[in-house]
Design a protein around this ligand. Structure first.
Ligand SMILES: [Zn+2]
Ligand SMILES: [Zn+2]
Length: 356
């Protein structure tokens, strides 16, 4: 790019300060340099330094290009997950520079009209909303909408995420009717992409339930909360089953060939994002259900949380929450869940004696 170099963070002011490590990016002042460093630059600075060019042959050139592309893709991944983590921690301001880098590099790799940019725009919109800049958030959402409209092949999963983003933005604006429209569209699209029993559907339901709850439509809110609980409860129980199955296979494998390397490391079924969403939603549901004094619903939420803690390898918490679930389930007229919770507690206790 020609002309005077501009600040990496604000892009507007002249930038006399150079990053001393990569010697590639510049900043207008120390505060912008510090903000970018803390958000994302520390993680990507070494990735920005280009490898020694070696353009002797066509093959070397192609190899160089492929390497560059791989680097840029990994910068996108690092930046997206950094921005996402800051948002989970409630640090919207810190998330912004990382999300901006994610956008810059996604556009370089995939092009400005690629569907791959939609999740990045949604991160930017969420971060902007979090800092109170609704006008900027709305601009990012329009970009995402524009891309989706221009892409007839855009997967329903991406469209569903867009509508969730639009729904959350409308909630932040206080436009609850419009929010309900977007969230129900999100549910419809997520159902067609993932199926009725998928946890991808639960996010839309959960935010809709919160709106009905706020509007004192407690019956509708409660039936949606029940559905959200059912989805996470059954998803976590089947994740637990898969996890146990994997452990059994690994053990059988180790017994059959004790000298073999652990080449096949057990890959866990739950992604970081799913774990985080589960934690948030279940904690929120627990708060609602405890206040409403609905023991059956509370027990189911606690059971799901205990499984989540167990899968997170937090045995202490898993046992504490699992015991609470068990004590509640004991008092219920239908006791079918008691046995499953009992099994979970046995499993937790067995692991406790293993580790001690
Ligand atoms: Zn600046
Ligand atoms: Zn640097």
């Amino acid at each position: 790019m020609a002309g005077r170099p501009r600040c990496e963070l604000c892009g507007s002011r002249p930038a006399p300060r150079l990053c001393p490590r990569c010697r590639l990016v510049r900043y207008c002042d120390a505060s912008h340099q510090g903000a970018d460093w803390n958000s994302i630059h520390e993680k990507i600075c070494p990735l920005l330094i280009p490898p020694q060019p070696c353009f002797h042959s066509e093959r070397a050139r192609t190899h160089g290009k492929e390497q560059l592309l791989r680097r840029q893709k990994s910068i996108v991944e690092v930046a997206v997950s950094a921005a996402q983590r800051f948002l989970w921690e409630g640090k919207a301001l810190e998330a912004l520079p990382a999300a901006l880098q994610a956008l810059r590099f996604s556009a370089r790799v995939f092009g400005w009209s690629s569907v791959q940019l939609v999740p990045v725009y949604l991160l930017l919109a969420e971060a902007s909303t979090g800092t109170g800049n609704l006008r900027q958030a709305s601009k990012y959402l329009s970009e995402a909408e524009w891309i989706v409209l221009q892409s007839p092949e855009c997967p329903a999963a991406v469209q569903s995420r867009l509508h969730r983003g639009l729904g959350l933005f409308c909630i932040a604006q206080g436009n609850l009717d419009q929010a309900l429209y977007h969230l129900s569209t999100d549910v419809y699209l997520a159902t067609s992409a993932f199926g009725v029993d998928s946890i991808e559907v639960s996010g839309g339901y959960f935010h809709m339930a919160n709106i009905f709850f706020r509007r004192n439509k407690v019956d509708v809110a409660n039936s949606l909360y029940t559905e959200v609980t059912r989805l996470w409860h059954s998803w976590l129980l089947s994740s637990l089953q898969e996890h146990q199955g994997r452990l059994r296979r690994l053990r059988a494998h180790a017994e059959a060939a004790p000298w073999a390397d652990d080449e096949e490391v057990a890959e866990d079924g739950m992604t970081e994002a799913q774990g985080e969403e589960a934690r948030r939603v279940l904690q929120a549901l627990l708060g609602v259900r405890e206040k409403q004094q609905l023991p059956e619903e509370t027990a189911r939420v606690l059971h799901a949380l205990a499984v989540l803690h167990y899968l997170d390898l937090d045995l202490e918490k898993a046992r504490e929450v699992g015991m609470k679930a068990f004590d509640l389930a004991k008092e219920l007229p239908q006791q079918e869940s008691l046995e499953t919770i009992g099994h979970l507690l046995e499993l937790i206790n067995a692991n406790f004696s293993h580790t001690k």
